[in-house]
Design a protein around this ligand. Structure first.
Ligand code: SAM
Length: 231
């Protein structure tokens, strides 16, 4: 998979992409992540990428010119078609099902906004889909792009040491995952549930299913409604 990120702050990505599973996935050649600075495509002495909104109002808006030119440059480097995604709080909420869908693509092109957001013609002209990582407003789309990259890359075949660990993760079957315990058996008076020490894999699997359902019921009953509506 190739992931292009168009951003005004490529340097923000260095550390998050340089560790753990994401770093290993790049080293293994499972994903190539290419960062391109939108400001490199701004013209004029001040390399302006934003301007005042038509109609007045606060803040500045990202101009279409530098974003289109940046996009066309990136396409000229790699003509392979891809999913074009604008990170915006106005997009569809990013969920595990979307991460799974995107992990099956050969190419993603993520565009991170700043200021008051994008001139609307960027969305229209690039035929971009919009993704939000939650109902809150960030200062820029970089963190949102990193969230999408992180969630997608761990689903690429071979990215995780143990392929099964993504299968049991929260949301992958519509529920929250069951609780985990590791050594020691007793810590500050809190004991690991006996069933996990029993060696009975059938009973452990049943306990985990029950726990998964119970904590979903307690913490995220909306997920059970979503599941029911899919049936
Ligand atoms: N004025 C915009 C609005 O109210 O819809 C918010 C602009 S925000 C300050 C600047 C940029 O941060 C956006 O263009 C977007 O790229 C990014 N951003 C902010 N919140 C986001 C979220 N919840 N999900 C994805 N991107 C977000």
């Amino acid at each position: 998979m190739r992931i292009d990120v168009l951003t005004l702050f490529p340097e923000m990505f260095a550390s998050p992409l340089g560790h753990g599973i994401i770093r290993r996935a790049q080293e293994q050649g499972l994903v190539e992540i290419v960062l391109t600075n939108i400001r490199d495509f701004a013209i004029g002495e001040y390399r302006k990428v934003d301007d005042k909104p038509y109609g007045g109002g606060p803040g500045m808006v990202m101009m279409p010119g530098p974003v289109f030119d940046c996009f066309e440059h990136v396409q000229s480097l790699c003509p392979q078609p891809g999913r074009v995604i604008l990170l915006t709080p106005q997009g569809a909420p990013f969920k595990q099902a979307k991460a799974t869908e995107l992990s099956a693509q050969d190419r993603l092109i993520l565009i991170a906004g700043r200021y008051e957001g994008f001139d609307e013609r960027i969305r229209i002209g690039l035929g971009a889909e919009q993704i939000s990582i939650g109902d809150y407003v960030l200062n820029g789309g970089e963190l949102a792009a990193m969230v999408v990259i992180d969630a997608v890359v761990r689903l690429l075949p071979g990215a995780l040491g143990d392929e099964d660990s993504a299968k049991d993760d929260s949301f992958s079957n519509g529920l929250l995952e069951y609780p985990h315990y590791t050594r020691p058996e007793t810590y500050r008076g809190m004991k690991v549930p006996d069933i996990l020490l029993s060696g009975d894999h059938g009973k452990i699997a049943q306990w985990r299913r029950d726990q998964s359902l119970e904590r979903t019921r307690q913490h995220r009953p909306d997920l059970l409604d979503d599941r029911a509506s899919l049936r």
